[in-house]
Design a protein around this ligand. Sequence first.
Ligand SMILES: O=C(CO)COP(=O)(O)O
Length: 249
Amino acid sequence: MTPGIRPLIAGNWKMNGTAASLGELKAMSEGSFGQVEALVCLPATLISRAVDAIGDAALRIGGEDCHNAVSGAHTGDISAEMLADAGATHVIVGHSERRTDHGESDAGVAAKAEAAWRAGLVAIICIGETKAERQAGETLAVLSRQIAGSVPKEALAANTVIAYEPVWAIGTGLTPTIDDVAEAHAHIRRELGLLLGGEAGKMRILYGGSVKPSNATELLNVEHVDGALVGGASLKAVDFLGIIAACPV
Ligand SMILES: O=C(CO)COP(=O)(O)O
């Protein structure tokens, strides 16, 4: 954790969830968050229904991706303005699954972050190395390149969150060593400093990849780890609330 930064525990439901899942969200929203800011990013089909279902609870609802245009001839896409209209407050951009499945580039991710800000949303910009890149000793260089390309230099701590997700740790049950997490997050903070100046010291840097209640405290205790982006363990209220409870604040 970083002194003075309020931690964010964010769920990412990916392509999971139907109306039958709204009860789980309601249960999450009724949990205790303490000092933690809690967010669940949902498939677009669920956002407005989730916002209605949780009422005035503190749980935030976000989207998982957005187009960079306000509107237009982009079949199947959703704009940041549409997410905001549905009640979202945040949107994930540049998740590795989008970069891989949809060929998203760093420049395209930066444009989506700017679209998020235009709509009044917080952009959660994802970066992270593949297994091959880590094995080749390229992790820090990859992170530098992704930060330079995906994080617009106008980014503010109030409208931007960085999520470090090693691709090989996503959905695998594998996590980097604590030393490797510390090295990556310290490097990200340094690179953000070069790009953004003083804002970098206030910006949240989340760790993502196989976070669960049993490993959350250890990961969140690492310097410069200001929260978590959680996939599988965000689908069940008991697990998600367990991660929030494990947050050392
Ligand atoms: O991709 C992730 C969150 O965006 C991480 O997913 P898991 O927590 O399932 O590994």
